[in-house]
Design a protein around this ligand. Structure first.
Ligand SMILES: [Zn+2]
Length: 122
């Protein structure tokens, strides 16, 4: 528990032991920590981070694509062919650490509220 939840999330590491991975696939959460067995399944950040990331990517990258198109007087189809994948890939790359942070923040918040767990179960 020495690291902050954000540092653990960025690295995709279990916030409890710091060695197990939060993910079982590239973006899929693992059901539990492979190293210490901490349960991750009670948490699901859903599609919130995806929307957030696409918004960030669009905000920063679309202006670059516009500058590219105007500076080179490039046709729209060329701009889309080049920048479409860049936007997509950068979004996916940002999504993983963001999903990690979402999960570790939720896990750390729940750890602080563990004494009220019984009231929330049903
Ligand atoms: Zn662990």
């Amino acid at each position: 528990m020495s690291n902050s939840p954000i540092a653990d999330g960025l690295k995709g590491r279990c916030p409890d032991c710091g060695s197990g991975s939060l993910f079982s696939g590239f973006l899929k959460y693992a059901p539990s920590c492979a190293a210490c067995g901490k349960d991750f399944q009670s948490e699901d950040a859903g599609d919130g981070p995806a929307v957030f990331v696409i918004f960030i990517a669009g905000f920063f990258i679309v202006p670059l694509a516009l500058v590219f198109q105007l500076a080179l007087d490039a046709p729209v189809w060329l701009t889309m062919i080049i920048w479409g994948p860049i936007i997509l890939i950068s979004s996916i790359l940002m999504l993983r650490p963001l999903r990690g942070i979402m999960l570790t923040l939720q896990l750390s918040r729940d750890a602080g509220e563990a004494q009220f767990e019984d009231e929330d179960e049903l």
